[in-house]
Design a protein around this ligand. Structure first.
Ligand code: FEO
Ligand code: CA
Ligand code: CA
Ligand code: CA
Length: 584
């Protein structure tokens, strides 16, 4: 067995060195095998188109295949050797997705791009020691940027959600830019709409609301969906942007169910949605908004979770209180309620009702004086009730005309990122908390003091994915951007990686390094802890040329390394050769 140890009770594997190889590295004694690559059929009965290596699959075929750029993931066990894997497909590289990239631009390419976004549900089983997809499967499902969804909560039917195609404001087509995910105790999956605004074409002169959400006129490097799907032209359909940026609930065990956009939890560039349960049985959902100087939120349900699964809890996330975090300099913190009629959230200040508060969650949080964070990404809750949030980086912190440093975001030009943690004394529903930094990421070899960090263990930067396993290990995944990777403060850190942290000692140890140009994001395991599933996103991502098919393949041809092939996002299945529990 590969236990090396090093003074920590929870971490029992040998540290993996930094690497720039086009391969996945795991500790000695472990194996990582690839499943569920972009373009493999999801297993819809009678409709299982094989992946074409030159990317010539049609839009209709892509809608029956795994999407591109895997992100949040969860394993729902159905037996000791079987279960469902549900995963997000955050975005696409149009260069990789079509044989000639974006050289030409057509309605078919827009449909294929939309079909490669969203969520996949696949069935997997372990046979002869190896996990593989079950094909076909009655559970198989694709949810894409055009799948019909309903809207529930205070923004359902609101004037700000009504469009020509949906005059009632209650039925939305699709979800996209699904970044992190969450799970509920009643068996559903939460997928989060992150940088949705980048899919819309805006006017030359955006309104104050459009500006606050970053709406811009589309340029040639963007998705260009609006050229063949007019609802993405916000000049013609200004309310369509308000129909995205929500947390979407999906019941993976009911393939014919309609996904629901849960507006009570607010609208944001949602990274993730992590559920904790109060002592009296209510759901608390923690959410980060990954954008520079945006906020951390929590939602506390009004009602208790009921036995009886998804059906019994079909409106649980529609009623409750949404809060935004303020981190005070003395180590205390406050959850500020985003409730219409309370404090400044009145009609006189532009909030007609709770529907308008949730559509304009950012503006409401600005008025309450919430703390502007360094890009809040994933959130996890450890076994002692500490809640962790990754603040991936923010090179604008402390810059000209930008917010300065504060106690919670203490480094100007924060290229390395940090992880903050807090605890609400008296339970997750409480409005007051105490916070501290868990780790300031960095590389001790850096000259700039602010980029050295304070890591007890292996160097890393730009933490993004976070997940707590059944033993209490907090797993950290990194997202150093491909434009910054290998240079400057990140020069010695190699490719993106996954590390394990012991929450009691703070020790961090590198467990996995990904292939060239990838991000590591999303982790889940079988209940026995002996198999872990980790998503490898955008191998070969090219810093400037997402439209050109040659650009990514110059950097990576992972995982199949096939001549004339393309790099493909995929899930890696990690196990110990001796069958032991991962991480011990
Ligand atoms: Fe999609 Fe914030 O990472
Ligand atoms: Ca992320
Ligand atoms: Ca990220
Ligand atoms: Ca990414």
């Amino acid at each position: 067995c590969a236990t090396v140890g090093g003074g920590s009770s929870l971490l029992g594997f040998g540290s993996v060195p930094v690497s720039t190889a086009d391969a996945v590295s795991v500790p000695e004694g472990y194996v990582a095998e690839v499943i569920a690559a972009w373009g493999e059929p999801v297993g819809l009965s009678g409709d299982m188109p094989a992946f074409k290596w030159d990317a010539s699959n049609t839009a209709a075929e892509q809608a029956a295949q795994l999407g591109m750029h895997h992100d949040g993931i969860h394993f729902y066990a159905q037996g000791p050797d079987s279960g469902l894997l549900v995963m997000n497909h955050e975005y696409v590289d149009d260069g990789l997705l079509h044989p000639d990239g974006m050289k030409t631009w057509t309605a078919e390419k827009v449909r294929k791009s939309q079909a490669a976004h969203g969520v996949s549900v696949i069935e997997v089983e372990r046979k002869d020691g190896r996990w593989q997809q079950v094909l076909p499967s009655p559970w198989a499902r694709r949810i894409t940027a055009t799948t019909p969804m309903t809207v529930q909560g205070p923004a359902a039917g609101h004037a700000l959600l009504r469009t020509a195609a949906d005059p009632k404001g209650t039925q939305v087509l699709g979800t996209f830019n699904n970044c992190a995910s969450g799970i509920t105790p009643w068996g559903t999956y939460l997928t989060c709409e992150e940088n949705f605004i980048n899919y819309f074409n805006g006017p030359e002169k955006p309104s104050a609301h459009e500006k606050r959400w970053g709406l811009k006129k589309v340029d040639a490097t963007m998705y260009r969906w609006h050229e063949f799907d007019e609802r993405f032209d916000a000049v013609r359909h200004p309310n369509e942007i308000n129909r995205h940026g929500w947390v979407v609930e999906i019941d993976p065990f009911n393939p014919s169910s309609t996904p629901v956009k849960r507006t009570a939890m607010g609208r944001a560039a949602h990274e993730g949605a992590t559920v904790a349960v109060t002592a009296d049985g209510r759901a608390v959902v923690y959410m980060g908004e990954d954008s520079r100087f945006e906020y951390i939120y929590k939602f506390v349900s009004r009602d208790r979770i009921q036995p009886g699964g998804a059906r019994a809890n079909a409106t649980l996330l529609d009623h409750g209180t949404l809060y935004v975090a303020r981190f005070n300099a003395d180590g205390s913190g406050d959850w500020l309620a985003l409730v219409h009629g309370q404090g400044p959230l009145t009609a006189a200040n532009g909030f007609a009702d709770q529907g308008e508060v949730v559509v304009k969650t950012r503006q409401a949080s600005d008025l309450l004086g919430a703390t502007k964070m360094d890009r809040p990404e994933w959130i996890t809750v450890d076994r002692n009730g500490w809640v962790y949030c990754t603040l991936t980086n923010n090179s604008n912190r402390g810059g000209d005309q930008q917010p300065g440093v504060d106690a919670a975001n203490p480094r100007r030009n924060n290229t390395m990122g940090h992880i903050i943690r807090w605890k609400e004394a008296g339970g997750f529903e409480q409005a007051a908390f105490q916070w501290k930094h868990f780790v300031l990421a960095g590389d001790p070899a850096n000259e700039r003091a602010e980029a050295k960090g304070a890591v007890h263990g292996d160097a890393f930067a730009c933490p993004d994915g976070l997940w707590t396993d059944a033993r209490g290990v907090v797993w950290i995944q990194t997202d150093m951007s491909t434009s910054a990777m290998g240079k400057g403060d990140l020069a010695r850190l190699g490719n993106n990686m996954m590390l394990a942290a012991d929450p009691s000692t703070g020790e961090v140890r590198r467990f996995l390094v990904g292939p060239a140009g990838c991000e590591i994001t999303g982790a889940t395991a079988t209940p026995d802890g002996r198999t872990m599933f980790v998503d490898i996103q955008h191998p070969g991502e090219s810093p400037s040329e997402r439209s050109d098919p040659a650009a990514p393949t110059k950097i990576s041809n992972w995982p199949h390394h096939r001549a004339g092939g393309r790099p493909r996002s995929a899930t890696v299945v990690i196990r110990r050769r001796d069958g032991g529990v991962i991480g011990t």
